[in-house]
Design a protein. Structure first.
Length: 273
């Protein structure tokens, strides 16, 4: 069987997590109940296999990849439960899965027979303080004005689209204000570009950067808000992380410009419901 755990029971899957899993900010933010996500298991009392779903971005599978109680039911459960949850919560019609290893690769291809799995790569970047220090003085010369993303801005109807963006990652704006933070560029009180904490676990912050209007891109707004965000991290002993997919050339270029270095590439599958 496959059942959804209550958030108060998420710690039951801790024995299934590898050392590498426990360094994954997005994955662990869901296990900790910090960010918007769900966890599904084969047995609510003593799970052998689990899917950890960071709803705004990706799902992770951990535990026994040959567990027939879970794998044999995954295909129908995706169509019956996960599809509807994705539509209801974020309006999503695509689903992304991190492929942990060859065993999970085989299991997912065996299980998800109703879906065309499109292979891709997820890129994970680490923050390099020396590179950041090297690039920061140039950005400091920018005249772009950056301000903190505060409750007043989020509650302004002109910025509803930013709140909608945040709500894909966070259970509430209050949770975001308590555990995350962000910086933005304004034009007549409306957010043009923003960098905010998407997932938070411990002192790790997996950041998100947006420049909303096409005509405002390629003007340095993304770099301005990101450097402001990184300044905050450095001042407060926080560790920023950056993840993106291989096709997002703009995100990759910005990560490099802001002092991040590629740590690893990981296989993913995407499919449409």
């Amino acid at each position: 069987m496959i059942v959804e755990l209550d958030v108060n029971e998420y710690s039951k899957i801790t024995p299934l997590l590898s050392e590498e899993d426990q360094t994954n900010v997005a994955l662990m933010s869901i296990v900790a109940g910090n960010n918007k996500g769900k966890i599904f298991v084969d047995d609510p009392e003593s799970p052998r296999t689990a899917m950890i779903w960071a709803i705004a971005s990706i799902a992770f599978f951990v535990g026994d990849s040959r567990n027939s109680e879970f794998i044999a039911r995954l295909n129908s459960y995706m169509g019956r439960k996960i599809k509807q949850d994705s539509l209801d919560i974020i309006g999503g019609t695509w689903f992304t899965i991190a492929v942990e290893d060859e065993a999970w690769d085989e299991a997912l291809n065996e299980a998800l027979t109703d879906y065309e799995l499109v292979e891709g790569e997820d890129l994970e970047f680490d923050f390099a303080a020396d590179r950041y220090s090297k690039f920061r003085p140039t950005q400091a010369e920018s005249r772009i004005q950056v301000v903190p993303l505060d409750a007043d801005l989020l509650n302004d109807p002109k910025n509803d689209f930013v709140l909608e963006d945040l709500n894909e990652f966070w259970n509430s704006s209050g949770d975001f204000m308590d555990k995350g933070f962000g910086y933005c560029v304004l034009k007549d009180g409306t957010v043009q570009s923003v960098c905010f904490s998407g997932y938070v676990y411990g002192n790790g912050h997996d950041l998100v950067v947006r420049t909303y209007e096409e005509e405002e891109r390629q003007k340095g707004l993304g770099a301005a808000v990101t450097f402001a965000y990184l300044d905050h991290c450095v001042r407060n002993g926080l560790v920023p992380y950056w993840t993106t997919d291989e096709e997002n050339e703009a995100s990759i270029a910005l990560a490099n410009k802001c002092g991040f270095v590629l740590k690893q590439k990981s296989k993913i599958y995407e499919f449409e419901f």
